[in-house]
Design a protein around this ligand. Structure first.
Ligand SMILES: Nc1nc2c(ncn2[C@@H]2O[C@H](COP(=O)(O)OP(=O)(O)OP(=O)(O)O)[C@@H](O)[C@H]2O)c(=O)[nH]1
Ligand SMILES: [Mg+2]
Length: 254
């Protein structure tokens, strides 16, 4: 594949992921050498891991200059880790990925190329009609699909997946999206705020694979509560936008 034109920073949030790191690093190394993604920099955000995640990352960063590590001394959550990563990123294209390879990192150049071509956000989309059936727990899959369907309904745009971390953004897009969630809901909040502020979103249908190493960090009950709050916030933001449009045009816009 032709290399993405612009340099790319990939943010990899990690919390207690020591088991999966050797496989992730090997796949990233291979991806960089076989896809022409040499001008890529990987910024790992260790979020107060209590296992050897930070030690392993540090040893890798000492040997390979494309790896950088920042650390929170305590676990602050996925959203907080993303904010830290974004604050350190300065490449024109910024990606975020799961450290457990549930979406193949080899697909990153495809997403970055779409951003290079003009999309403001490109997301892997497990719930796109053209995507192959997801692997994993049926309950988790159904909840995630349902949450994305509710956001899609509220927003009124053909975006099928709001919860996927595997994304590419233009740098100026992440710089103007202010999100508040500290946990997993940050991923959906970023997408919702971006769409409501007029950003263009492209989806790449992609199969969600199941985790091969380590344990899931997602607590289903916390995620349900966070998404209920976010649904309410989205409904308020959509109503406020409709009210502004009504004042501006005298017509109610759906
Ligand atoms: N920095 C940081 N990263 C986190 C935290 N919780 C999860 N992550 C990372 O976010 C990504 C997604 O977390 P997962 O535990 O895989 O959650 P999931 O993808 O919903 O669930 P499974 O894939 O089934 O395990 C992984 O790279 C995690 O290491 C956190 O508190 N801080
Ligand atoms: Mg995962």
């Amino acid at each position: 594949m032709r290399p993405a034109c612009a340099p790319v920073t990939v943010i990899v949030p990690c919390y207690n992921e020591e088991d999966g790191l050797p496989s992730l690093l090997a796949r990233l190394r291979r991806m960089r050498s076989t896809t022409g993604a040499a001008d890529w920099h990987f910024l790992f955000v260790d979020d107060g891991s209590t296992d050897d995640t930070f030690g392993r990352l540090l040893r890798a960063a000492r040997q390979e200059s494309w790896i950088e590590v920042v650390r929170h001394h305590e676990n602050l959550g996925l959203g907080a880790a993303l904010r830290t990563g974004f604050a350190h990123a300065s490449s024109p294209v910024v990606c975020t990925i799961d450290s457990d390879c549930t979406y193949p990192p080899e697909k990153l150049p495809e997403l970055a190329k779409l951003v290079d071509g003009g999309s403001e956000i490109v997301t892997a989309s497990a719930w796109h009609p053209d995507s192959a059936a997801a692997e994993g727990s049926r309950l988790r899959i159904q909840l995630s699909r349902m949450v994305s369907a509710l956001y899609k309904l509220l927003i009124g745009q053909d975006v099928y997946t709001f919860t996927c971390l595997f994304r590419a953004y233009r740098l100026d897009t992440i710089q103007h999206i202010r999100f508040r969630s500290n946990g997993f809901a940050a991923v959906a909040e970023m997408m919702l705020r971006a769409i409501l502020s007029g950003c263009s979103v492209a989806e790449v249908p992609m199969r969600l694979e199941s985790r091969r190493f380590g344990e899931s960090k997602l607590k289903v009950s916390d995620a349900i509560i966070a998404h209920m709050r976010l649904l309410l916030m989205t409904a308020l933001m959509v109503s406020a936008r409709q009210a502004r449009e009504f004042v501006g045009t005298g017509k109610l816009v759906h």
